[in-house]
Design a binder for this molecule. Sequence first.
Ligand code: FBP
Length: 569
Amino acid sequence: MSTLNDLLIQTESHRSIFENEVRKLPLPVCKAFGSADKPTPVAFVNTDKVLGTKDAATVEKNFPNTVKASANTVLKAGGASTAAVSGKRVAVLFSGGPAAGGHNVLCGIKRMLGDKNTVFGVRGGPAGLLKGKLFEVTEADVKSILNTGGFDFLGSDRTKIKTPEQFEMVKKTCVDNNLDAIVIVGGDDSNTNAAILAEFLYTGVKADGSGVQVIGAPKTIDGDLQIRGLLPISFGFDTATRIYAEMVGNILQDTASSLKYWHFIKLMGRSASHVTIEVALQTKPAFTLISEEIAEKKISLATIVDQIAKTVIARYRNKAIKHGVVLVPEGLIEFIPEMNALIAELNDALAHHATEFAAQPEAGRAAFIQSKLSADNGRLLGSLPAYVVKMLLADRDSHGNLQVSLIPTEQLLIDMTRDRIKQLDAEVPFNTQNHFLGYEGRCGAPTLFDAAYCYNLGLTAGALILEGKTGYMASINGLTTGGEPLAVPLPGLLNVERRHGKDEFVIEKALVKLDSPAMKYFESRREAWAADDLFASPGPRQLWGTAARQIPISVALNDQASTLEFKIG
Ligand code: FBP
């Protein structure tokens, strides 16, 4: 007879009672694919949607093969495939920050390719591809990782494949492993990489002169890879926002129970405020900042603080409410006009005076760099608290970006709001707590939506490979009306942008649009949420029952859906 100790030991290594149950969760698939376990390969046909940005002519010149092959036309599934493909060898890699559902993309690809083709996992993201770190993925692996969170089965990293040497290393990995296709699961940068690799590997890789196919899959909790009408959302966004919304809902319940704190909660999402607006729509807190609105309306830091202070005062004076929640998007600081100008000048100054700066004693660094700035920016830097200055001067990330997640914007807002309240109405109580919700949300077990969405994205990517397609990103559209597998031609999404002094091809980040239905709805309700406690607590994400079938509110609004319930199949 087994003891409780034995039972507990059996729950180690991803075998908790929950993880065991969740692996058995049935996943709906789009009608085109038939069944989840033995999906039908599908053929793809042209839609009437042709893509292209303002830089289409330059893109065509630089991506002649993939543009010619796709004519930048979006494809949709069009009946069962007639090709009986076997012997394909396909590598799958995760790129960038983790997002819930990645494992299901891999499972969908493996199931679509079936046992007559071989799927390899790439260990450690793009860096692993460069070094040829491949291993075969088995059906047993699929059974073990299905519906589990995180990227741990493959790992990931943020290496950008951009130098000629790196491209040659990828080619070598393809040749050494006799690969026919690569699937890159990533965000805007990684799908840009997929477009470039698809063109580079289009021909001349194998001995017979043929190429290697490259397909992208849209991942990022930030939600900034979305295309209205073609790609409703990137995967991982739903899980992350539901986890944050549960926590924010719990904090809101606490504020109304303990009646004493204002909580300033910074939410992850590097640049765009999609995560923040979604969490606001789910929880209805007193005050939510949307970075894109601040940039577009050129709202200064002082004005932001003034608005928060006046909300605190009004709630106290009108309703005797001493509590509330303020949501702050992670990337806010870069969207505040004067801070943006300061950061831009700081980036230049730090780059130009790197050696001298590094030689300064820690205590003298701020003064040194201040002396290199224009009078306005120097003054602004000098007015900021030391804990913000320290982070503004910290090392940039591997892409040369300021590490916004390290800047305690929520604390800066608290300190400035406290000072402003003292000036406006010193009697108003203002006790605070601060939080940063980020890593908590990226790797939780996927919601039913992300689990199903990702599995179908994997089926779509797999079907595209079987059909010999290259240079497309897999998508599932029509999330409340049955789900439609689509293939979005990657070159049709490319723009030319000046980055680090050079023209580069990029897929632009999709920021929150002020005229989007989600923003309009939020705008129509925010004053009411500020004036009184109207919050909702969405609770923990569910995998069974009615609450499990919800799609993100912002996605439903932006898609002009008539329901919050997703329907795939
Ligand atoms: P991706 O766009 O690569 O999916 O990453 C998203 C993200 O989680 C951002 O929200 C956040 O700013 C960043 O990654 C944090 O990066 P890191 O994991 O390197 O700390």
